[in-house]
Design a protein around this ligand. Sequence first.
Ligand code: HEM
Length: 511
Amino acid sequence: MKPTATFLSLALISLATFQTTLSSHSSPLTTLFLTLFALSLNYWLLPGGFAWRNYYYPKLSEKLIGPMGWPILGVLPYMGSLAHAKLAALATSLKAKRLMALSLGATPVVISSHPETAREILYGSSFSDRPIKESAQALMFERAIGFAPSGTYWRHLRRIASFHMFSPRRIQSLESLRQRVVDEMVKRTWNEVEEKGVVEVRGIFQEGSLCNILESVFGNTDKREELGDMVKEGYGLIAEFNLEDYFPLKFLDFYGVKRRCHKLAGKVSSVVGQIVEERKREGEFIGKNDFLSTLLSLPKEESLDDSDMLPILWEMIFRGTDTVAILLEWIMARMVLHQDIQMKARQEIDMCIGQNSHVRDSDIPNLPFLQAIVKEVLRLHPPGPLLSWARLAVHDVHVDKVLVPAGTTAMVNMWAISHDSTIWEDPWTFKPERFLKEDVSIMGSDLRLAPFGAGRRVCPGRALGLATVHLWLAQLLHRFIWLPAQQVDLSECLRLSLEMKTPLRCIVVPR
Ligand code: HEM
């Protein structure tokens, strides 16, 4: 690149000098400004932009491809509510689907929009850490699974969670809880329709998801309201744009995000800490099925102290609430929009269990069309289109023969991959049948569709999330016929997760 930038810089410097020489009126300030601007071009007019200014090409390394973006800001102005779609379009237009370099302020980033390079990033041991935002750090997530560096502590937490929170046996043992929660959601849906004539499902799904995760983590929902508010506030804070995350300005707090996060972390510690203390006072942990009791009954060599227990309990509630609710809202939007598909799913359920009985977890393997619907919604509307949490190169590494220096943030645009017409036939059409023809695993082995990520840091909650969504969807379709209350608006809004911009409103007819 450098020749173009150098040429432009030299041209501008000459112009500035020439102007000063010619005009006795031109101010030295203008000249200084033009000269500085010209010099800064050298650091900006590069593939990938400003953050790649110190990049060097080793022998045999392929060239970087990527947008220059704005001076200093890079592509930060792109990172709004449709960042996934804008980045996908950019990668296509620059022919950089395999790997695109870009600058988020002073942070160098590479992004893959291709299954092969996505695999290299997600499975590569060089990308086993995550870059942490100031807000996530202040909210204690650095001591929880999602952001802990990939050493002994992280492995210990993951092992505990896989065994005591997400094991198939535990998921199975929580079926009666999921059934109770969905019964409550059905009741609330009907009450709202009777009262108002329509139901806005978002609130009901969020409340259901929150109760489900709280009971699973604490064994009760006593602090439901407080914790629900905290999850909402935390989501808002982490999703908020914070200049300090992209520039070395950590000592500043432009938007007060850090201050608000510390305040919230204090509240979380107090509320969750109180629950832990009460449980300790009660004693009796053996025979209880909630995650907190299990943590408290771990043998000494495995046990966590309180300062580590709080972040992991808080993380489970934080991650387990919105993901499931958001996915379910997208699914119901598709069901309302495609009545033929809704009817076909209901016929499958009726055939499997009869019209009067209850759907059980054990029925789900016999409902392939229902499972295909969930996969198709995860393809079209993945809750984490950029896989939510990026990865960090812990040392220099090659991806697709391009050198990626240590410290680079690596992202996978799963939304771009799952909407790519060279990978998926008719990618914009909602067609669950495609998964009956070809069984695509969504658990992380097939990078054409990996909505839960892949590799060592794949989502540990994926089986629990899917068990919940499958059962609840089957029950909701079994109990009601779902109709649109107004035109369904499928516009997207990326905050921490990819949400429906306009909340879904429906009418239901009981069966
Ligand atoms: C529809 C539901 C869900 C979706 C779409 C989802 C998606 C994701 C994604 C994309 C990642 C990043 C994976 C990667 O970097 O490769 C992730 C990580 C994670 N998820 Fe989920 N998730 C869901 C449900 C859950 C639930 C229910 C929980 C817990 C109760 C959970 C806990 C976590 C944790 C702790 C991590 C961090 C893992 C690590 O860094 O080692 N998720 N999830």
